[in-house]
Design a binder for this molecule. Sequence first.
Ligand code: HEC
Length: 100
Amino acid sequence: MKKILLAALAVFALNAMAADDGATLFKKCAGCHGANAQKKALGRSEVINTWKSDKIMSALLGYKAGTFGGAMKGIMKGQTASLTKEQIKTLANYIPTLKK
Ligand code: HEC
């Protein structure tokens, strides 16, 4: 019984780690921003893989807080609502590493 519990905990820990990985977190963004963040999302956003991490970070925190954005910021508010500050930081560090 104890072994099963430990195995379950290990699987849980692995899942938690995977969910905080930049590539995994970016999956839900790729549909609009492109696999390499190379597209204008819905034809409206800027191309963000040329942005620096701190610019991405403040944009995402701003969308989440409702203090940043253009005409379609409601979409990004929804995207960022469930992200933690740590996950936003991971994304902000990951996106500039994508192929231009
Ligand atoms: C449903 C489509 C969609 C998804 C999914 C999406 N975005 Fe966006 N994103 C947009 C649109 C549209 C804008 C422009 C919003 C505005 O008017 O401010 C935008 C803007 C941005 C901007 C600022 C760019 C600018 O032009 O100011 C960043 C950074 C960004 N998104 C990152 C992300 C990240 C990271 C994710 C995943 C967690 C994500 N987006 C998911 C559609 C999307």
